[in-house]
Design a protein around this ligand. Structure first.
Ligand code: HOZ
Length: 426
C-alpha cells in the first residue's frame, strides 16, 4: 500500500470523502488522490516521493511556479510581524492601489478570503445598487458554492453529475435565472421576460469550470450591451482569468469592461484570498460606506497581502512573462491538436493563452451541453496514463490545464511525446 493510500484510508474516516474540496478526491477518474508533501517551481512531490510536473498550479495562482523565492521571503517577513490583527493595515491600501492601477474598470476594491466570498458579495452589491433581485448566470459556469449561485454549476458539481446541490432552499435560487453560454438569444429572452428585475449578469469571461470554453466573438460585447440597455450590472468572474490571460485579465484580453469583477486565489499568490471591485458608485454601496453589509476578520490578512503584492508587482513589472506564457500556451495546445490530427482522433482542444483543456468528443465545445458530450471514461483513462508518467493534470474532465512561467519547453516536449504515444495506442 502506498503512503497516499494509507493516508486516504484514514482521511475518509475523518473528513467527508477524505478531502476538503471534492474534485481533488479523484472520484471521477478513479484511484487514490495523491497526498502532496511539497512543491517547488514546476514540480509537486507526493508523500511517496513521486515527482509530478504540475498542470494544476493550485488552480491557477502559481503562475510564477511553486515556492517562488521573492514571494516566500515576503511571506516570512510578514509572518515575523504577526499573523493577523483584524485591524486595518497599510498593506491593504497598497494592494488596493495595485489592483485599481492595473484593472481599468476597478475603481474601488474590497478584499475577502476566497472566490466564493468575492462572488457572493459582488452579487449582493449589484442587488443593493440596482434594488433588483434577479441574477442571470450561465449553465456550466461555476461561481463558488454560495446558495444563489449553485444552479446548474460547473466544476465539482458537474464532475459529480449533481444538477443542483442538496441543502440549498428553493427560495434561495428562485431569483437565479440560467442562460446558455455563448447564446445571446437566451439572455435577451430573459431580459424581455424580466426587463426591470434583473440586477446582474454574472459570467466567466472564459468559462473554465466546464473544461475550458471560449467566448465566441461578440458574446461578451453583447452581454455588455444588454446590461447597458436594461440597467443591469455586468459581473465578470475573473477568479480564473484575472491576472492570468494578461495583467488586466480577460477584460484587457477581450476589450470588454465589466461593472464589477471578482478575483480569487491568484491575488494572494496561493494564499486564501479573493476580492471584488468595480465602479465607484456600486462599490460605495458596500458597508461601512453604504447599506450592503459584508465583513471579515481575515479579509486583507497581512501575510496574504504580502504574498499577493509581491506576485502582482512582479507580473506588473515584467509584461514579458505574459507574452512568453501566452506563446507557450499557443504552442503547447496547438501541438496537442496536431498530434490528435496525426493520430486521427476527433477530440477537441480548447485554449486561450496559458489555459486549455482536451474534450473527448467529436463536436466543437461552445457550451455546457457540448461539454457534457465528452466521454468521461476516456478522460479518466487518459488522466491515469498521464499521472503514471508523472504529469499532474486536474482530476476532472471539467476543469482546466494551467501552465506556469517555469515549465520548460523541453519538459513540455516530453509531455507531448507521451501524449502522442498514448493517442497512437488508442
Ligand atoms: N473546484 C475547484 C476548481 N475549479 C477545485 C478546488 C480544489 O479542489 O482545490
Amino acid at each position: 500500500m502506498t503512503r497516499s493510500e494509507e493516508i486516504f484510508q484514514k482521511a475518509v474516516k475523518l473528513i467527508p470523502g477524505g478531502v476538503n474540496s471534492p474534485v481533488r478526491a479523484f472520484g471521477s477518474i478513479g484511484g487514490t488522490p495523491r497526498f502532496i508533501e511539497r512543491a517547488d517551481g514546476a514540480w509537486m512531490y507526493d508523500v511517496d516521493g513521486n515527482r509530478y510536473l504540475d498542470f494544476v498550479n493550485s488552480w491557477g495562482p502559481m503562475i510564477l511556479g511553486h515556492n517562488h523565492p521573492a514571494i516566500r521571503e515576503s511571506v516570512v517577513k510578514a509572518c515575523k510581524k504577526g499573523l493577523s490583527y483584524g485591524a486595518a493595515t497599510e498593506k491593504e491600501v497598497e494592494m488596493a492601489e495595485l489592483i485599481t492601477g492595473i484593472v481599468p474598470s476597478v475603481e474601488m476594491v474590497r478584499m475577502v478570503n476566497s472566490g466564493t466570498e468575492a462572488v457572493m458579495s459582488a452579487v449582493r452589491a449589484a442587488r443593493g445598487y440596482t434594488r433588483r433581485d434577479k441574477i442571470v448566470k450561465f449553465t456550466g459556469c461555476y461561481h463558488g458554492h454560495s446558495d444563489a449561485l449553485l444552479v446548474q454549476a460547473g466544476s465539482g458539481v458537474m464532475t459529480a453529475g449533481i444538477p443542483d446541490s442538496a441543502g440549498v432552499p428553493r427560495k434561495c435560487t428562485e431569483d437565479t435565472l440560467s442562460a446558455v453560454y455563448n447564446d445571446l438569444g437566451s439572455v435577451k429572452s430573459l431580459f424581455s421576460s424580466f426587463p426591470e428585475e434583473i440586477a446582474a449578469v454574472i459570467v466567466e469571461p472564459v468559462a473554465a469550470n466546464m473544461g475550458v470554453v471560449l467566448p465566441t466573438p461578440g458574446f461578451l460585447e453583447g452581454l455588455r450591451d444588454l446590461c447597458d440597455q436594461y440597467g443591469a450590472v455586468l459581473i465578470f468572474d475573473e477568479v480564473i482569468t484575472g491576472f492570468r490571460l494578461g495583467i488586466d485579465g480577460a477584460q484587457g484580453f477581450y476589450g470588454v469592461q465589466a461593472d464589477l469583477t471578482t478575483f480569487g486565489k491568484i491575488i494572494g499568490a496561493g494564499m486564501p484570498v479573493g476580492a471584488y471591485g468595480g465602479r465607484k458608485e456600486i462599490m460605495e454601496m458596500v458597508s461601512p460606506s453604504g447599506p450592503v453589509y459584508q465583513a471579515g476578520t481575515l479579509s486583507g490578512n497581512p501575510v496574504a497581502m504580502a504574498a499577493g503584492i509581491t506576485q502582482l508587482t512582479i507580473l506588473k513589472e515584467h509584461p514579458e512573462i505574459y507574452r512568453k506564457l501566452n506563446e507557450k500556451g499557443d504552442w503547447f495546445f496547438e501541438e496537442m491538436k496536431s498530434i490528435l490530427k496525426e493520430c486521427q482522433k476527433p477530440y477537441q482542444i480548447n485554449h486561450v493563452g496559458s489555459l486549455g483543456c482536451i474534450f473527448f468528443t467529436d463536436q466543437p465545445v461552445e457550451n455546457y451541453g457540448d461539454a457534457k458530450t465528452s466521454d468521461t471514461a476516456a478522460f479518466a483513462k487518459y488522466f491515469n496514463y498521464m499521472l503514471g508518467k508523472g504529469y499532474y493534470f486536474a482530476p476532472s474532465q471539467f476543469e482546466a490545464i494551467f501552465l506556469s512561467d517555469v515549465q520548460e519547453k523541453e519538459e513540455l516536449e516530453k509531455v507531448l511525446e507521451d501524449f502522442r504515444s498514448y493517442m497512437k495506442e488508442q
